[in-house]
Design a protein around this ligand. Sequence first.
Ligand code: ZN
Length: 93
Amino acid sequence: MKIDGHCHCGEIAFEAEVDPNALTICHCRHAFCGNCGTPIYACAVDNPQVYALRVGTITQRAAFKPQRQGWRRSALAWVNALAAVPASEKGWS
Ligand SMILES: [Zn+2]
């Protein structure tokens, strides 16, 4: 599936060919846009061969569903109870 996306300010934009069934939840730290701070991707520090894109930056993100999780040992304890946390449909009110 061909996708595209960008950070909040538009300084960084990308296009990629991805497997929708390979979506994972990763709890490691990620690269950020130097202008607006949007997390964009994570990769190996030296000679990266694979880039893990942040789903929130992908225009077609509704087509993806997580298939597995990575770096689970770094996940915060509240991740398991996330569905029970009060939520708003838009904004923080
Ligand atoms: Zn930006």
